[in-house]
Design a protein around this ligand. Sequence first.
Ligand code: NI
Length: 163
Amino acid sequence: MAVRKITEYPEKVLAEVGKPVTEFDEELEKLCADMFETMYDAEGVGLAAQQIGLALRLFVMDCEGIKLVAANPEIIAIEGEQSNPEGCLSVGKVPAVVVRAEKATLRAQNEKGEWFEREADGYAARAFQHETDHCNGKLFIDHLPKMRREMVVKRFQKEKNWK
Ligand code: NI
């Protein structure tokens, strides 16, 4: 297992729509193990393949007791609305309030290729939506009005230069 380098905005791969995962083999298991390790190392609750430079429809997450690998993820049902601060490891965890569905049902395949459905609400539902977005080449800042988006990007760049 290894901690991989996390890609950061505006790296191109973050805007790429992921290719479907088709091989559920040892290589995929190793990749997922690396993704979990990278996510824990960065103290995140979710990480998509795009965030380690791979345009794949794949994410891992461990949020509010929901720990899973999601290959070829889809949000198949949503309900309600929540407005909460959200951040992303690829945008320096700079927070911004994003409107999301309060409840979401995820449909995806695990690392063995078995399909599953999982329902969540609150923070975990937000993670489902955020990570599935990554697999579609979309970042949380893409949900923000232009001015707020620019503010997040500016703050991220400023903090990056301080490091
Ligand atoms: Ni993210």
